[in-house]
Design a protein. Structure first.
Lengths: 157, 165, 157, 165
């Protein structure tokens, strides 16, 4: 059990270090065991250094940097334990426009056999979707669904 | 094993039957605050066997049944159906097409079906074992969980890796 | 002490019920004491009903509805305990475009003696600002500041 | 009592002195993720007497001093100055203009000034008492606190009202 944990940790850690610069457009990051000597109980630390910045405590990261670091961790886990489809419910809320675009591009280039379903308010994410559903409540309290195009959404916004 | 479609009928803000088809690639779901987007996420979570009402923002199991509006009476049952293409046998079944339906009634009675055969919740969980879609998988990232995961203590992050292990 | 709490609670509760329909473009809401008989220890419940919807448990509200309900509560407190200036750091992250616009309008029409400082990624909020500062890191890891116009920002986005 | 200006010098990602002027109405602060916007919010919180490092995303009091980059050495002190127009005597002072400066050094030594006079932290807190800008006021809403306030238990919401009372 503990070797399996150690093995999975190593794989996720390697994936995390690999994906981080792709997500951030640079920088370094890694996962570390809080206690190397106690594999059964050790916690996991995140060490993240966005591009151009000095390595500092995780708590000093900005809102958007935290979100992008967590997204990186999730995709590191997905690399080690792939899923056939993935629903992402507004994961990019704190990201600025440039990071939204980079993340949407990352999804676009992801393993083509994975289906992504992205619930989003952000134009940059919508722009990379292969198809869009608009959810609305024309009748109060009752949801209805419509296939929409990006230009139709843009007109509404 | 592509996800093929999701049909929502009487679940939360969907009293009228609605079906989403999922092609390859990226499907975007957009709309105003409170329009029902996260309810779609929860419909998927629910039909795949979610047992924790907290993960569905509810307090009781029957909270997922359409509760009515000023103009429309509450319904007595919620039903969600998800269909998969199983040609690559990613799910533990010999069927080439798999349709899972979950139903709940006002009195709390629940019903599960795989390809129109009544089954137990356990059979739904077994279907997904080792498919990358089990309860421990990260196939559904709920609204707000990104911030939650970041704020987790180092010990809690450990359990995230343990679940993946 | 307990009468002062009860008094403040009544005032905040009245302000909350008054501001909610302005924030949401309709609907009703109120605050309630969890235990009317125990003023010294009672907690406070929020009861919120967005426009056109039936009253349900607070947990069923959407991400944006929760944010807007909390913003309403904050402004109810500000009505009872005014502040000369208020810094809002990305409070509208979960709001859709229509709610961002309505909230920005609410700030625009707010008591003119209150200065607001809004840190935001959202165009609708920027559009109502009387002046804009752009913060950037032209040199890695070093923040610099520039007065900018809305059109300059829009070109960048 | 309009807020007039905020000068940030050596605080967090601001090694080079930067001044923001605040006219009437709404001032928007925009920029990319990680550019320093919330650091501005925290500079204001800090100069007004914040003692809890957790509210500044730090672990030590000296975490607010510019820590250096690949190209620039760390600094030895952080200083923030905020200036107010006190014509309406909203702050507890006879001065018509009030300038508060807070400084911290690498060894942890801190210094507070009101209109260039050295004072104690207590004097800064007294200045703001009953001004609507005390520690209990909602003059600064930090990033992420909207979700936090919503998720608070009914008992915690009570303390929010108690602080306002
Ligand atoms: N059982 C139910 N019956 C009727 N309506 C319900 C039920 N459960 C939830 N709702 C309604 O569904 C709405 C929430 O929908 P949802 O969370 O899907 O919104 P959303 O589109 O994700 O919004 P946001 O963009 O703000 O996250 C709420 O307004 C709630 O009142
Ligand atoms: N003492 C310090 N010395 C140097 N840089 C620091 C220091 N403390 C924090 N930083 C840097 O400041 C940056 C965070 O800035 P801030 O939180 O203000 O960003 P932001 O503009 O609010 O971003 P977001 O839009 O993502 O919320 C971090 O990248 C962090 O490395
Ligand atoms: Mg939602
Ligand atoms: Mg920030």
């Amino acid at each position: 059990v503990s070797t399996r944990f150690k093995e999975t940790f190593e794989q996720v850690s390697a994936a995390f270090a690999d994906i981080f610069p792709k997500m951030f457009g640079g920088g370094h990051a890694k996962l570390a065991l809080t206690d190397e000597t106690d594999i059964l109980n050790t916690g996991i630390d995140i060490i993240a250094q966005p591009p151009g910045k000095k390595l500092q405590s995780l708590s000093l990261l900005s809102g958007g940097e935290r979100a992008l670091t967590t997204i990186t961790l999730l995709f590191a886990i997905l690399k080690v334990r792939p899923v056939p489809f993935c629903i992402l419910d507004e994961v990019e809320a704190s990201l600025d426009e440039a990071n939204v675009d980079r993340f949407a591009q990352f999804l676009k280039n992801y393993d083509l056999t994975t289906q992504f379903i992205m619930i989003t308010h952000r134009k940059g994410s919508m722009a990379q979707a292969d198809q869009l559903y608009g959810v609305m409540m024309q009748e109060s309290g009752i949801s209805s669904l419509l296939s929409v195009s990006l230009s139709e959404i843009e007109q509404q916004l | 094993m592509p996800l093929k479609s999701l049909t929502i009928n009487g679940f939360k803000s969907f009293p009228d039957k609605v079906t989403l088809e999922f092609p390859k690639g990226i499907t975007g779901i957009v709309g105003p605050n409170g329009s029902g987007k996260s309810n779609i996420t929860e419909a998927m979570r629910w039909v795949m066997g979610e047992t924790n009402v907290r993960h569905l923002r509810g307090e009781n199991t029957t909270d997922v049944i359409f509760g009515g509006t000023a103009m429309k009476a509450p319904l007595n049952r919620a039903e969600v159906t998800v269909s998969f293409d199983n040609q690559a046998k990613q799910l533990n079944s010999d069927f080439k097409e798999i349709e899972i339906t979950r139903t709940i009634f006002r009195n709390g009675d629940t019903n599960y079906q795989i390809n129109q055969q009544n089954v137990r919740l356990k059979d739904i969980h077994d279907l997904f074992m080792d498919s990358g879609l089990s309860k421990e998988s990260f196939s559904i990232i709920s609204q707000g969980s990104v911030e939650q995961i970041f704020n987790a203590k180092p010990a809690d992050r450990r359990s995230v890796i343990e679940e993946a292990a």
